[in-house]
Design a protein around this ligand. Structure first.
Ligand SMILES: NC(=O)c1ccc[n+]([C@@H]2O[C@H](COP(=O)([O-])OP(=O)(O)OC[C@H]3O[C@@H](n4cnc5c(N)ncnc54)[C@H](O)[C@@H]3O)[C@@H](O)[C@H]2O)c1
Length: 286
């Protein structure tokens, strides 16, 4: 069967870990050449050895404009074009009650989660516009579409990612460029351990533990996996989705779909009791 990304070039930020790494594996398997942009240089060097000529690594802090520009330049220099920009790097960021938010942490969080996405789009755009084609994928979160799934600043940034995905999609559609967001639910990765300050290897081991922890969280009774996000990114990067743009696609095992109707609980609910009372009263039956 033909490979779905044959001849295409992708830049993946946060590509050394979690869903970024899962996407690198799948994209290369499907024929893409990939530029991984991350701050975990040791892992990046190992990936260059592992993937050979299909992959290049750039040290790139996505909150630093010159780093992002250099990563895009390197992708074009090394591989000749840029078909997919996956703005995926992320952190849990600053947390706590709103009156306690540390503003240095705020700046850092917004820098990675929102400015990083803006910079990725800014520098991918001229290359894609010249080609007349391209697919930008931004990682948001169900925390960006629903309350209660992440810290305040994280959630605000992820909501901003959903909205800017739409505004940019409107602007660049006529140039043949598509822009979509993925909103992952609970995916077993190192981000939770990393947020607790665990060193890289311990955080990576913690991802396996999260798989158990997330198993029963959503109607689909297994944890979300990096490969679930990778497969969605593959669809969005491939020519299977050339009419899909401006969308925020939840990949969450139906976690945010709504509350299941529990018929037994409903029969006992104050609503059922009030309706029963109204019915008896109307029928003159007390
Ligand atoms: N895991 C989940 O349940 C979940 C849910 C919703 C959204 N997300 C989002 O998915 C994305 C990927 O996270 P993950 O769960 O795979 O976590 P992860 O920690 O495994 O991967 C995040 C990657 O981003 C990189 N990174 C962090 N700061 C960076 C910076 N300043 N510049 C460049 N790279 C940087 C890290 O080094 C790491 O490789 C993030 O945007 C995250 O917010 C995760």
């Amino acid at each position: 069967m033909a490979k779905r990304l044959q001849g295409k070039v992708a830049l993946i930020t946060g590509g050394t870990s979690g869903m970024g790494r899962g996407t690198v594996d799948l994209f290369v398997d499907q024929g893409a050449r990939v530029l991984v942009a991350d701050i975990l240089d040791d892992k990046g060097a190992l990936m260059e050895q592992e993937f050979g000529s299909s992959l290049a690594y750039a040290h790139c802090d996505v909150a630093i404009e010159s780093d992002v520009k250099a990563a895009v330049d390197l992708a074009v220099e090394r591989f000749g074009r840029l078909d997919c920009m996956f703005n995926n790097a992320g952190i849990g960021g600053v947390s706590g009650a709103i009156e306690e938010i540390d503003m240095e942490g705020f700046d850092q969080t917004v820098g990675v989660l929102f400015k990083g996405v803006v910079l990725g789009m800014k520098y991918a755009m001229p290359v894609m516009a010249e080609q007349g084609s391209g697919s930008i994928i931004n990682t948001s979160s169900i925390a960006g579409t629903h309350g209660g799934y992440g810290p305040h600043i994280y959630s605000g940034c992820k909501a901003a990612v959903v909205q800017i995905t739409k505004t940019v999609a409107l602007e660049v559609g006529p140039k043949g460029i598509r822009v979509n967001a993925i909103c992952p639910g609970a995916i077993a990765t190192s981000i939770f351990g990393r947020g607790l300050g665990l060193p890289t290897e311990a955080a990576d081991r913690s991802a396996k533990l999260m798989e158990g922890a997330f198993q029963s969280l959503q109607p689909i009774k297994r944890s979300g996996l990096p490969s679930d996000i990778a497969k969605t990114a593959l669809f969005l990067a491939s020519d299977d989705s050339t009419f899909v743009s401006g969308q925020a696609i939840a990949v969450d095992g139906a976690l945010t779909t709504g509350r299941e109707r529990d018929l037994e609980e409903m029969a006992e609910s104050p609503i059922a009791k009030a309706l029963g009372e109204a019915f008896r009263e109307a029928m003159g039956d007390d």
